[in-house]
Design a protein around this ligand. Structure first.
Ligand code: ATP
Ligand code: MG
Ligand code: MG
Ligand code: MG
Length: 469
């Protein structure tokens, strides 16, 4: 059986043998890209190479890219622990052609890897193509020998990729694996496509156009290839398990959670173990790449991830800060592939310990209040926005933590009232500030804050949101 570390190497070696330069993962905080919260795909560090703005000394590359999808356009945070296939942090394996080979070789290389090297069974595989991409359709037929029912035409944006409103774009083709009739869900494109039976594990993007203006597309003179395969998903397929959380890597992390809490990962507690293991990875890798918990921007996404895991640690009965004690298990599993984890180990541990120590002061009390306030609510009802705001403001509960805590009972939160309470508090803050007689300073202060927006501004709201901490 292939472990995650071997599968990663096998992927990179396959493409290296076919002339691809092995490129290290870029950091999770994208360089020179203020539009993006976190690196969320393998192509992100190559954006300028695809547009031609930047030249490298290779035209083919392969990488295993650290990705976080927990904020911004791609946000899988709410899925984690509840679907078998989503993580906040995951590794995207990719091969890239910058104006070199195109569709035919991309499909041939992908097919060779998954059949010959990874040993996936052909009769379990099916693919999607963009509805008008007859070229990809024909290539799959010829190269893989698929019958027509194995190649599904999709007309939605799921199978058409673009970098932004302008720039490179093109159809994509995704590879799915049928995990067996015992599982729920229909094939891609069907009304119940979201079940576990058909697992999407690889996306091949064919960049062949440039969007020059809305509604105006021209062919690229030298089309390019960008692919992304989820390492945890391919590992699940190769290890014959139906959930990413059952692969070797996650079994080891979940074992560490069980050993540290004395609670076995079964029954109702299983989601908690999974969420803790997932969020541990995201937290550790974000800290290693220089993000620290705060109340704005990236730091706040990190804080939300950490605190969510910490609530689950509390649910498992942890009496002391738990997360930092799991870091060594993570370093054992992933430190060889990502030396930055080893280098940052003590910073990661200290950061987690401090955050959990602070949060635990208000966590138990906040959970009690949440329980009391939600006790009489039933499925479909909403918790009051004022209560959610008090939990946020006084007890340091990010809104999504409150939402997640109520999710199992299908209770929502009155988000509009929460936002209104937040806006009121901000207005109050301005008013009391102007009372200090420093009107000029105040204008500058809030002006800067408004302009800087969601970056690492650490002003008044920091103290408020942290409550008594
Ligand atoms: P899904 O439909 O399952 O949410 P996606 O279509 O959003 O996946 P892509 O943007 O096509 O995913 O990314 C390429 C590949 O990265 C996917 O085929 C999958 O293997 C992997 N992937 C995407 N999101 C996640 C995630 N949150 N956790 C783990 N792997 C992921
Ligand atoms: Mg997705
Ligand atoms: Mg998809
Ligand atoms: Mg996809």
């Amino acid at each position: 059986m292939s472990g995650v570390n071997e599968i990663r190497s096998a992927f990179l070696e396959h493409f290296a043998r076919h002339g691809h330069a092995k490129v290290d993962s870029a950091p999770l905080v994208p360089r020179n890209d203020p539009t993006l919260m976190f690196t969320n795909a393998g192509m992100v560090p190559f954006k300028n190479v695809f547009t031609g703005a930047e030249k490298r000394d290779y035209v083919r590359a392969t990488s295993s890219q650290k990705c976080v999808r927990a904020g911004g356009k791609h946000n899988d945070l709410d899925n984690v622990g509840y679907t078998a296939r989503h993580h906040t942090f995951f590794e995207m394996l990719g091969n890239f052609s910058f104006g070199d080979y195109f569709k035919e070789q991309a499909i041939a290389l992908a097919w060779e890897l998954i059949i010959k090297e990874f040993g996936l069974k052909k009769d379990r595989l099916l693919v999607t193509v963009y509805h008008d991409d007859d070229e990809a359709y024909g290539l799959w037929k010829r190269i893989a020998g698929f019958s027509d029912d194995r190649i599904i035409r999709i007309a939605t944006s799921d199978n058409f990729w673009s970098m932004g409103d302008t720039g490179p774009c093109g159809p994509c083709s995704e590879i799915f694996y049928d995990q067996g009739e015992g599982l729920a869900g229909g094939p891609p494109g069907s009304p119940d496509e979201d079940g576990d039976r058909f697992l999407e594990f690889w996306n091949l993007v064919f960049m062949q156009y440039e969007q020059v203006a809305p509604g105006q597309r021209v062919p690229l003179p030298r089309p390019s290839i960008d692919t992304g395969m989820g390492l945890e998903r391919i590992a699940a397929l190769m290890q014959g398990v139906h959930s990413n959380f059952e692969i070797d890597l996650f079994r080891a992390l979940i074992r560490a959670v069980a050993d540290a809490t004395g609670v076995e990962p079964d029954g109702a507690m299983r989601a908690s173990h999974r969420i803790i293991a997932d969020h541990l990875r995201a937290s550790a890798f974000l800290v290693a790449d220089g993000v620290l918990p705060s109340n704005e921007g990236r730091g706040y996404v990190l804080r939300r991830i950490m605190r969510r895991a910490m609530r689950h640690a509390q649910l498992l009965g942890a009496r002391d800060p738990l997360m930092w004690r799991l870091v060594s298990a993570l370093v054992r599993e992933m430190g060889a592939a990502y030396p930055e984890l080893v280098r940052a180990q003590s910073l990661i541990e200290e950061t987690l310990k401090l955050e959990e120590t602070r949060f635990r002061i208000t966590l138990a009390r906040g959970l009690t209040i949440l329980d009391e306030e939600a006790r009489d609510l039933t499925s479909g009802q909403n918790l009051s926005g004022e209560v959610a705001f008090k939990l946020y403001d006084t007890y340091g509960f990010p809104l999504d933590l409150t939402q997640e805590a109520l999710r199992a009972r299908k209770i929502g939160v009155d988000k509009a009232a929460f936002d209104a309470a937040m806006a009121r508090q901000k207005a109050e803050a301005r008013k009391s500030w102007s009372g200090s007689g420093e009107a000029a300073t105040e204008t500058v202060w809030f002006g800067v804050k408004d302009r800087v927006g969601a970056t690492d501004f650490l002003g008044y709201e920091t103290e408020r949101a942290e409550g008594v901490v």
